[in-house]
Structure formats: structure tokens, C-alpha cells
Design a protein around this ligand. Structure first.
Ligand code: PLP
Length: 396
């Protein structure tokens, strides 16, 4: 056994999160794609079967009340809240991230008020956020200005209505400085909108602590909610009374069953709701969140950094110099929970890795992504992934 493999064994033995792995359905594949689709928590199939057979099959319409379906968006929002540093009553679950980006961004421009006619958007953003920002800008009569997150403090001005940023870059894994960027946006009188898809469940976000205005995120990455599980919208409590959703559906009406012709929004986070929630995937998500029982985000973050450090060290040892280049920053303060390596023929390399039991993913044109979900990925996984990468890149 190599020195690195021995160290991996010791690190796994000392890992306080190691027992959490048994809460997931896993096999002998090294699964490093939890930044795209989290693994299946073991309790989810049974819960989903119960929702389908009993709550739907037997109780039918009664379940909207008796099984708590109607209030699931707020209830599950409150379950996610501590994972992103939010007090209860500020998060509602539902719709996709894309739809919530739209609600948040148009809502942000409406909050910013008269005389502000510009939206700043992360130039390196995940594409859907950029597409929606472009449409939101056209709809609200704003100019859209792409800037890198580092440029925001200089670019934000008394013209700026809203600033849409990704907390971590989906390609490189770079973590952006949410506290200081949020403060800069606030100092200019603009409204901040953060996309937490690549950080919620992987590291502390501190929404309340840092005064974030609006935030969105998906739940199928580090929150393991399942394919297409609903996203969430955070509206800071102090803004809720003024939050004017561009998608005012009957579910966010103050009296949804009053069936009134005119819209009057409910108070609080549920103002972010639109139409009938997607109950099956929403309740699968609720069950999936039970894996967090007794787990702190701080412990997850500590293990995530240790894992990505160790993986990079193993890559340095197993992959001959010059064959891959890490796009992921060395500094912990700038690192999310994934490692991105650039190499020629990355698509072919990832295919071969997957064939050999190491699952990451490929992002056009030349990036290998390896996501580390500390709840179920261990140090031996990191060592094996790097070793197999070395074998693929330099066949014996
Ligand atoms: C994954 C991801 C999305 C996905 O949006 P969907 O509407 O769920 O498809 C959006 N933004 C970012 C930053 C992401 O990483």
C-alpha cells in the first residue's frame, strides 16, 4: 500500500462524519458528482413509497391538509434555513432555480426603486442565470452589465438596482467573498441576489449574518434532494413586506381559497410561492434533508477542505507534472467543494474515469470536475480517484 493510501485510511478512521456515509445508497464507485446530482439518501425510497401509496393513494385530497402538503414549501424552507444561516420564515421551496432567479431578480429591481436602471451580473455565471438576467433586464428597462465578482465593488453605483452573483463558480470551483461583496452592494444602495447552488450544503453561507437581501439555490446538488427536486427562494425578513413577485400565483395569495379576482400577497416568505407545489419531489427532498441530523455545516466545511487538499496532493503525486492544471484556487477562502482540472481531451478522459469506477463530470471545453460531498465521500475515495486519473493519463 502506498504512503498516500495509508494516510487516507488513517484520515477516514479519524473522520467524525464517516458514519454519515451509511445514510446513503452507495456502491463501490467513487462518486464525485454530488455537485451535479447528490447521491440517494437511504430513507428516501420508503418515504416516497408512503407518500404515493398512502398519502396520495388512500388519503387523496385530504392529504393537502392532513399530510401537511399545503404548508410543505414553508416547512421545508425552514428545514433548509439553518444550513444556509437563515432564521425561520425567510425561505420557501418550490419551482426550479431558474424560475427563482427570475422571481428574485425582478423582485430585486422592484425593491431598488426609481432611478436605478442597471443590473450587474456575474460575467462567469452559470448560463441560466445569465439568460434570465438578460430577460429580466429587458422587462424592467434596465441595462445589463456583466462584471466579474471581483469587479463588483468598483462597478456598483447609485445607478445599480440589483447585483446577481454565484457564490461559487460552477466551472472552476472558486468561492466568491459573499460577506464583502454583499456589503459593497448594500453600501451602494443596491439589492444583492446570490445563487447558492454550489455552496448550500457544502459550506457555511451565513445569509442573515452577512445581510444578504435575496438568495436562490437548488436542492439536488449538495442537498441530495433528487433529480429535479425543487429549488428555494430566500427573502430577507426586512424586505418581505415590499417584495413584489413577478409571478404572483394563487399559492402566495393572502387568501388562496378566497378565489378573489384581484391579487393581494400573503405576508412573509410564502410570498415567493407561485402555483401548486410539486409534492412528490418536495417530500422526497424533505426526507433527504434528514441526513443532516446531528451534522453541522462547519464540520462539513472542515472535511470538504481536507478532502480537496488531500485530492490535490494525491493528483500532484500520481499525475505526472504538466498533464493537468488545477483551476481551483489553493487558498481555502477561495475554494468551494469541488476541484476542477484542465487537461487536453477532458471529455475522453472523463469517459475513461467513469469506465474505471470514478465518476466526476466534464465541462466544455477542457475541464474535469470532481465534486466532494463530505457527507458520503471519504479520503480513500479521493486517493483512488487521483490514482486512477494518473493511470488514465499515463498508461503504464
Ligand atoms: C445547477 C445550477 C443551476 C440550475 O438551475 P435549474 O433551474 O435547477 O436547472 C442554476 N444556477 C447555478 C449557479 C447552478 O449551479
Amino acid at each position: 500500500m502506498s504512503e498516500l493510501a495509508l494516510r487516507a485510511e488513517k484520515l477516514d478512521a479519524a473522520d467524525e462524519l464517516a458514519p454519515v456515509r451509511s445514510r446513503f445508497v452507495l456502491d463501490d464507485v467513487v462518486y464525485l458528482d454530488g455537485n451535479s446530482l447528490g447521491a440517494l439518501p437511504a430513507n428516501v425510497p420508503g418515504r416516497v413509497a408512503d407518500v404515493v401509496r398512502r398519502e396520495w393513494g388512500e388519503l387523496r385530497i385530504r392529504s393537502w391538509e392532513e399530510s401537511g402538503w399545503w404548508t410543505a414549501p414553508e416547512r421545508i424552507g425552514d428545514t433548509i434555513a439553518p444550513l444556509v444561516g437563515a432564521a425561520p420564515g425567510q425561505i420557501v421551496v418550490g419551482d426550479s432555480t431558474s424560475v427563482n432567479v427570475f422571481k428574485a431578480l425582478v423582485g430585486a429591481v422592484r425593491l431598488a426603486g426609481e432611478g436605478r436602471d442597471e443590473i450587474l451580473v456575474d460575467a462567469t455565471t452559470f448560463p441560466t442565470d445569465g439568460y434570465i438576467a438578460e430577460s429580466a433586464a429587458r422587462m424592467t428597462g434596465c441595462a445589463l452589465r456583466p462584471v466579474t465578482p471581483a469587479e463588483v465593488p468598483d462597478a456598483v453605483s447609485d445607478r445599480t438596482a440589483a447585483v446577481l452573483l454565484n457564490h461559487a463558480d460552477y466551472r472552476t470551483g472558486r468561492l466568491h467573498d459573499l460577506p464583502s461583496l454583499t456589503a459593497a452592494v448594500r453600501a451602494a444602495g443596491a439589492v444583492s441576489v446570490w445563487d447558492l447552488c454550489h455552496t448550500a450544503g457544502a459550506l457555511p453561507v451565513g445569509l442573515d449574518e452577512h445581510g444578504v437581501d435575496l438568495a436562490v439555490g437548488c436542492t439536488y446538488k449538495y442537498l441530495n434532494g433528487g433529480p429535479g427536486s425543487p429549488a428555494y427562494l430566500y427573502v430577507r425578513r426586512g424586505l418581505q413586506d415590499r417584495f413584489d413577485s413577478p409571478l404572483p400565483g394563487w399559492n402566495s395569495h393572502v387568501e388562496p381559497f378566497g378565489m378573489r379576482p384581484s391579487y393581494e400577497p400573503a405576508a412573509g416568505a410564502l410570498r415567493g410561492r407561485v402555483g401548486t407545489p410539486d409534492i412528490l419531489s418536495m417530500l422526497a427532498l424533505e426526507a433527504a434533508l434528514e441526513v443532516w441530523e446531528g451534522v453541522t455545516v462547519a464540520a462539513v466545511r472542515a472535511k470538504s477542505l481536507a478532502l480537496t487538499d488531500f485530492f490535490l496532493e494525491c493528483v500532484g503525486a500520481y499525475v505526472p507534472e504538466g498533464l493537468v492544471e488545477s483551476l481551483t484556487p489553493q487558498a481555502h477562502a477561495e475554494r468551494g467543494s469541488q476541484v476542477a482540472l484542465r487537461c487536453p481531451n477532458a471529455g475522453g478522459v472523463m469517459k475513461e474515469l467513469i469506465r474505471r469506477g470514478v465518476v466526476g463530470d466534464f465541462r466544455h471545453p477542457d475541464v474535469l470536475r470532481f465534486g466532494f460531498t463530505p457527507l458520503y465521500v471519504g479520503f480513500a475515495d479521493a486517493e483512488r480517484a487521483a490514482r486512477v486519473l494518473g493511470e488514465v493519463l499515463e498508461p503504464a
